[in-house]
Design a protein around this ligand. Structure first.
Ligand code: 5RP
Length: 235
């Protein structure tokens, strides 16, 4: 596989954002762990600090993949339970705008990501420079759908002006991707989302959409890494 200079730079930025986020972590914290490649860099760095005895933390992950990675890295994992709140969740994003409104779910973990972000005192986003955009919407909006509802959800998304596409296995277009909950994922192309709040309200009223990838008012800060260094963004 040929890796372009751009891709190599993006990977460096992801690593830098993840390493920078480690500065936010204090001994004894309860953490939410995000999903995706940037969150994976963070989990690996956190695991190293735990194994070196620099930090003691407990965490819950937002996907089976992140949970397995965190356990392998030596991080103590917590099962969901009543009253559990996290001091901080560190997660990636597919897009973030200047108000730190996000599109998430490119990795299919949007439901657990929103559950854990909402159960956290703060959500810190870590991202490479390609994720920071002036307006959300170039990245297709991920939706998690109850399988039975799929045809009606596709109709409803078209009526909202989107072009919905069922997410399938990149190696087998006949096989639908399933979320960790066994639901389907739909990526809805809009090109631009001038009013994310209004769209989120519409989506909440469509039966069968378990969750959508608009994260509004959740991110407390974002560490965005660029070639020239790291930027800390606040809404
Ligand atoms: C997964 C997510 C990820 O945070 C998002 O897709 C970013 O991933 P990456 O860090 O690999 O670019 O929302 O559901």
């Amino acid at each position: 596989m040929v890796v372009s200079e751009d891709q190599t730079q993006r990977e460096k930025e992801k690593q830098l954002a993840a390493a920078t986020a480690l500065r936010w972590i204090r001994d004894g914290m309860l953490l939410g762990l995000g999903s995706g490649s940037t969150a994976a860099y963070f989990i690996n760095s956190l695991g190293e600090a735990v194994r070196n005895g620099q930090l003691q933390v407990q965490a819950t992950a937002t996907s089976h993949a992140s949970d397995a990675l965190a356990r392998k890295a030596g991080i103590a994992m917590l099962e969901p339970r009543r009253g559990l709140r996290f001091d901080l969740t560190v997660d990636g994003a597919d897009e973030l705008d200047p108000q730190l409104r996000l599109i998430k779910g490119g990795g299919g973990a949007l439901l657990r990501e929103k559950i854990i972000a909402t159960a956290s005192d703060a959500l810190l986003i870590i991202a490479d420079s390609s994720k920071a955009v002036p307006q959300l919407g170039r990245f297709p909006l991920p939706l998690e759908i109850v399988p039975f509802a799929l045809p009606w959800v596709l109709d409803a998304m078209e009526a909202l002006g989107g072009a919905p596409v069922l997410r399938t296995d990149p190696n087998d277009a006949q096989t639908a991707v399933q979320s960790d909950q066994g639901n389907l994922l739909v990526d809805c192309h809009f090109n631009a989302l001038p009013d994310p709040a209004q769209l989120a309200e519409h989506l909440q009223r469509i039966p069968g959409i378990v969750e959508h990838g608009l994260f509004l008012g959740l991110a407390r800060a974002a560490v965005v890494a660029r070639e020239e260094g790291v930027m800390l963004l606040r809404p």
